[in-house]
Design a protein around this ligand. Structure first.
Ligand code: SF4
Ligand code: SF4
Ligand code: SF4
Length: 214
């Protein structure tokens, strides 16, 4: 299988795991404590593997490298939405269920001065309606928040809201089912916080973790 196909398959599998975990949680009606604990384990496995993989890759083992965003450095400036060479940016928001994904008032979803916690368009922060808010059965008033990736333009508004007022579980990542892995990433050049890194293609995602973000 060509490297690009292998990379895409791996990327899809990683994020399918995160999404499936969200569905699994809803189906099995895990309580909040179980959900967070399981989520931390799952995210820890993916995120830490990616981070350690990056450290190994940075030592120059000759492995294929791809572009990725260090979420600890990203300030959600908006350039990821506009500087990608693709018409639709390869950068998307992902929700790190290991940290959250389960809120009453998600500050990445609602306008700060939203008069009510309903999903009326006037209350939503996302310009494209890419964040889905679903009630969790038997756990009123909590909701689960997921990203509809085809709608996400990578603007980072939700990331900014989540980082400023929440716990930073919404973050931007280069999605490798879309990215062309340009020799020089045009967004990396425009990034004001030098958040772009080269990471091993075998572990292409960098998820925040509680112990890394404080
Ligand atoms: S990055 Fe922008 S488009 Fe994507 S989910 Fe967040 S607010 Fe919506
Ligand atoms: S490497 Fe190219 S395709 Fe990928 S995010 Fe950067 S500019 Fe977009
Ligand atoms: S250009 Fe850099 S700081 Fe701006 S949103 Fe993208 S990764 Fe974050």
């Amino acid at each position: 299988m060509p490297d690009s196909q292998r990379r895409q398959a791996g990327a899809n599998e990683d994020f399918r795991s995160l999404r499936d975990f969200g569905s699994l949680k809803a189906k099995s009606k895990l309580d909040r404590r179980q959900f967070v604990a399981e989520g931390i384990r799952l995210s820890g496995a993916i995120g830490l593997a990616g981070y350690l993989g990056f450290l190994a890759g940075s030592k120059g083992q000759g492995e294929e490298l791809v572009w990725q965003i260090d979420p600890a450095k990203c300030i959600a400036c908006g350039n990821c939405a506009t500087y990608c060479v693709l018409d639709e940016s390869a950068v998307k928001c992902v929700h790190n269920f290991g940290m959250c994904g389960y809120c009453l008032r998600c500050t990445g979803y609602f306008e700060l001065d939203a008069p009510s916690l309903d999903s009326g368009a006037e209350n939503q922060l996302c310009p494209t309606g890419a964040i889905l808010r679903e009630p969790i059965k038997n756990e009123d008033p909590y909701h689960e928040y997921t990203i509809d990736e085809p709608l996400c333009v990578g603007c980072g508004k939700c990331v900014k809201g989540c980082s400023a007022f929440g716990n930073g579980s919404l973050q931007l990542q280069v999605r490798h089912d879309r990215c062309k892995n340009c020799n020089q990433c045009a967004i990396a050049v425009a990034c004001p916080s030098r958040a772009f890194l080269r990471v091993p293609a075998s572990d292409p995602y960098l998820l925040k973790q509680r112990n890394l973000t404080g």
